[in-house]
Design a protein around this ligand. Structure first.
Ligand SMILES: [Zn+2]
Length: 398
């Protein structure tokens, strides 16, 4: 049966970065957007119309960097338990996180890995059965060099094998590969950089092996050398990218490689440490430096996708979208440009056609928030409606 809905929106943000449009009529047929046009203020002629004239309609949000198996809690005991818990214990945790994401209008996520590949297993075994409408792209277990950072979210190749060989032998049914190519930000010494984990040849071969298997590569990299190697190796995206420097930013723009800055992680660290009484100085300076890089990236035309790294201490699934959007705006992005990072650009990183943009022909997946665009991102705290493929998402996830 052919179904049609007409939505009159007070404002519409289409996910392209262009300025919000006022007073639009969105017509949906068979789960797709058929047309978007000025509603001319006329009363809607259809009985099947929805009045959102005091609301803003925007594409469903995409978080391009999460760890669904971990909660954002600062409670050390809970965090340690989650790191090594069996699948049966983590499955309900993942379901809670999904509900949290939907509450804030997130309809798709890209997962950056976990030690036991629980998120990937959940996606492959349970997602459909639990009737949760979140789109999950998962890395399974990430790769890191033996004796370097990354054990929390993955594994190292065996002593006798190269990273490329390990990837070729990997039989997990995954969406992308995650490689860790640096350490973490120092929270004590501002701007201290760690050496790359893999050299250019190792990483190039690994990217080639991944692409051969149809997997794009997301690379965790902070610092000039680790980021530079990841760019030259041909990765799909740079994750974090703290202290990568101007030259790397220019290269990202030139090659149109995506950058996921995860700036809020540092603010969350500062807040977290604050409650513990330690110094907040360095994490906050890290964040400030990242905002400067984000401002430069905007100027150069680096494609940025919003990722929160939810699951890190103080970075909660769902609500952290608001925090990361705010930081993009602090770095000089307009609200529409910030939303593009969390919609249109996210869809490109995840290679999901028809999501992230509100244009005719796209899937009718969008969210409705109260008030004009100037109330964003705070208005994401009270998402009124979520449509996934033209259907109003059930409210019972709340
Ligand atoms: Zn991460």
């Amino acid at each position: 049966m052919e179904e049609s809905i007409h939505i009159r929106s007070g404002w519409l943000i289409d996910g392209s970065g262009q300025k919000a449009l006022s007073d639009q009529l969105i017509s949906i047929e068979n789960d797709r957007i058929q047309s978007i046009r000025k509603s001319e203020g006329s009363s809607i002629p259809h009985a099947d119309s929805v009045d959102c004239s005091r609301h803003t309609v925007l594409p469903g949000l995409i978080d391009s960097h999460v760890h669904l198996f971990m909660s954002g809690t600062g409670d050390r005991k809970i965090r340690e338990d989650q790191l090594d818990a069996p699948y049966e214990k983590i499955k309900p945790v993942i379901i809670e996180h999904i509900k949290g994401l939907l509450r804030y209008g997130v309809v798709a996520v890209r997962d950056g890995g976990d030690r036991h590949a629980h998120t990937l297993r959940f996606k492959n075994e349970s997602l459909e059965k639990d009737r949760l409408s979140l789109c999950i792209h998962a890395a399974g277990r990430a790769w890191h060099k033996p004796n370097r950072y990354g054990r929390l979210i993955g594994r190292a190749p065996a002593a006798h094998e190269t990273l490329a060989n390990a990837i070729m032998a990997d039989s997990e049914a995954k969406d992308h590969v995650k490689i860790v190519n640096s350490g973490l930000n120092s929270l004590i010494n501002f701007g201290r950089q760690t050496p790359p984990q893999f050299d250019l040849k190792e990483l190039k071969d690994a990217v080639q092996a991944s692409n051969h298997k149809g997997w794009p590569v997301m690379v965790h990299a902070n610092g000039e050398m680790p980021v530079g190697i990841a760019i030259n190796a041909g990765c799909r995206s740079i994750e974090h990218g703290f202290f990568m420097g101007k030259e790397n930013l220019k290269k990202l723009a030139e090659k149109q490689i995506f950058w996921i800055p995860t700036a809020f992680t540092m603010k969350a660290f500062a807040d977290h440490f604050n409650s513990g009484g330690s110094s907040t100085d360095v994490p906050l300076r890290n964040m400030e430096h990242q905002l400067e890089q984000m401002a430069m990236a905007r100027k150069f035309g680096v494609p940025i996708a919003l990722g929160t790294d939810a699951g890190s201490p103080g970075v909660h699934h769902g609500s952290s979208m608001i925090e990361e959007l705010k930081l993009l705006m602090d770095a000089g992005f307009s609200v529409e440009e910030a939303i593009r990072c969390a919609t249109g650009n996210g869809a490109k990183v995840l290679e999901i056609e028809n999501l992230g943009r509100l244009v005719s022909g796209a899937d009718a997946s969008f969210i409705v928030v109260p008030g004009p665009p100037s109330h964003l991102p705070e208005s994401l705290r009270s998402v009124q409606q979520i449509y996934v493929n033209g259907r109003l998402y059930p409210q019972d996830y709340r």
